[in-house]
Ligand binder design. Sequence first.
Ligand SMILES: *[C@@H]1O[C@H](CO)[C@@H](O)[C@H](O)[C@H]1NC(C)=O
Ligand SMILES: *[C@@H]1O[C@H](CO)[C@@H](O)[C@H](O)[C@H]1NC(C)=O
Ligand SMILES: *[C@@H]1O[C@H](CO)[C@@H](O)[C@H](O)[C@H]1NC(C)=O
Ligand SMILES: *[C@@H]1O[C@H](CO)[C@@H](O)[C@H](O)[C@H]1NC(C)=O
Length: 499
Amino acid sequence: MAQCRHHPLVLLCSLCVFLPSILAQTPEFKLPLKAVNLGNWLVTEGWMLPSQFDGLNGQLLDGTQVQFMSTHLRKFLCAEGDNIVADRDRAASWETFRLWRISNTKFNIRVFNKHFVGLKGPKIMVVAVSGTPSASETFDIIRNPDNPSRVRLRASNGLFLRVKSSKVVAADNNNRTTWDDNDSSVFEMNTVGGLQGEYQITNGYGPSIAPQRLRDHWRTYITDREFQFMAANNLTAVRIPVGWWIAYDPTPPKPFVGGSLYALDQAFTWATCYGLKVIVDLHAAPGSQNGESHSVSRDGFVEWGDSSIQETVKVIEFLAERYGNRSALVAIELMNEPRAPDVQLEDLIKYYRLGYEAVRRYTQDAYVILSNRLEPDNPQELLQFARDLSRVVIDVHYYSLYDPKFKQWNLQQNIGYIYVDREIDLSKITQTNGPLIFVGEWTSTLAFDGSTKEDSRRFAKAQQDVYGRATFGWGYQSYRCQFDTWSLEQMIEDGLIKI
Ligand SMILES: *[C@@H]1O[C@H](CO)[C@@H](O)[C@H](O)[C@H]1NC(C)=O
Ligand SMILES: *[C@@H]1O[C@H](CO)[C@@H](O)[C@H](O)[C@H]1NC(C)=O
Ligand SMILES: *[C@@H]1O[C@H](CO)[C@@H](O)[C@H](O)[C@H]1NC(C)=O
Ligand SMILES: *[C@@H]1O[C@H](CO)[C@@H](O)[C@H](O)[C@H]1NC(C)=O
């Protein structure tokens, strides 16, 4: 191994390719780990590299949240109740519609209670009663070429939606339009939210473009060079987010794209060569466990639950079977950041038990990582359960970002919070004979305005001090990102973080 590490890069690569079995002698490793997350590699996170979406600019992608104001009535469409009405002065949850993209112009339209907008009865009333979309729940969004936020909605019967009165919206208009305000079939469409994850990029580019595009990204974003950089800078592990469809590679269900499994195989080869450990992290579970882009939600809803457990365990089984005997494997994380209360503790524990057993069918050595829920009432909620299992780890993510207090505080206050409050948070979950603790995600990004790189240097140092005491280790978020402080590579290159 030592020889491998000191060879010049080019020679190194060939060694890695041709000698994996020789190099696979189990290298010693020490806890706690110093890891980095390979975010936006095998699971797209558009905010880290927006240029991935450049070819989709201006398009309506899955999960785009829109509100429709009738230009005729100056009222918003609303889905509260079975019928769609047009009587709201302001738009909030019931006036917000989530798009499922069928094509560039065709969409299913989902409302706040997860029903789909569709048609009903001889008067072709517009309703939201169906739980699953079919032809009658499919609409063309026709945009005014001169003003794309001005739209008409053509229903499956070929006619346009029209506000007949504030209480009656029907699909019965067959007029041409001059896009006048007084046309009752014209709506002003405001976009109020959206996602940039794997679902959006694959379904956005579609089957003719997405496969090549994603494979090019996987091949170039992280290579053996990056693994060498990590090892040379004293990192000891990588946490690699993967999506559930990897288990169906090379022909995953639509719209997902095959090839991430090959990339993960490569990661194991490189990790073995450079003496790094791998944490395989199921970041996106079927149905989405937190509604975020990175859990590959189609529209922002959390739909992982009891009925998804079996399918999710199959994914863990697949990963454990494939990598369970690889010396580079240090842990399998069963699921990243399930959100409370949408993901119920009872379902989660049932899954964690079955997932743990699936891993143990293939390896006794690998740790099994259980992510704490996001926003749990009680951060100790998994400890009792974890006590009965061997080589388990609780993963907690510590960001000083999403609570407004962090934005109001200055650097000293933010650093003080790490040394005092985070230290207490950690000690609360660290128990003798309990599971190990992993601060699997943290960043040197600060929430307050005008923070400098020097501030981030000091903030990172404080976190390394405190999270360095986490018994399993820590994982920086992320390896690479458009924002320097989110990029460990950049922070190291700038001399701001030393490991
Ligand atoms: C548009 O269509 C509706 C219903 O089909 C009809 O009542 C109305 O008169 C039409 N308006 C124009 C300007 O043609
Ligand atoms: C809208 O108003 C214009 C005049 O402002 C009128 O010419 C036109 O016929 C109206 N259209 C409809 C659909 O009522
Ligand atoms: C790696 O760690 C060693 C031992 O602590 C230290 O001497 C060295 O400077 C570190 N290397 C880098 C590149 O940070
Ligand atoms: C690892 O497991 C695979 C399949 O389970 C098997 O083909 C391979 O020989 C094993 N390798 C080692 C080093 O045990």
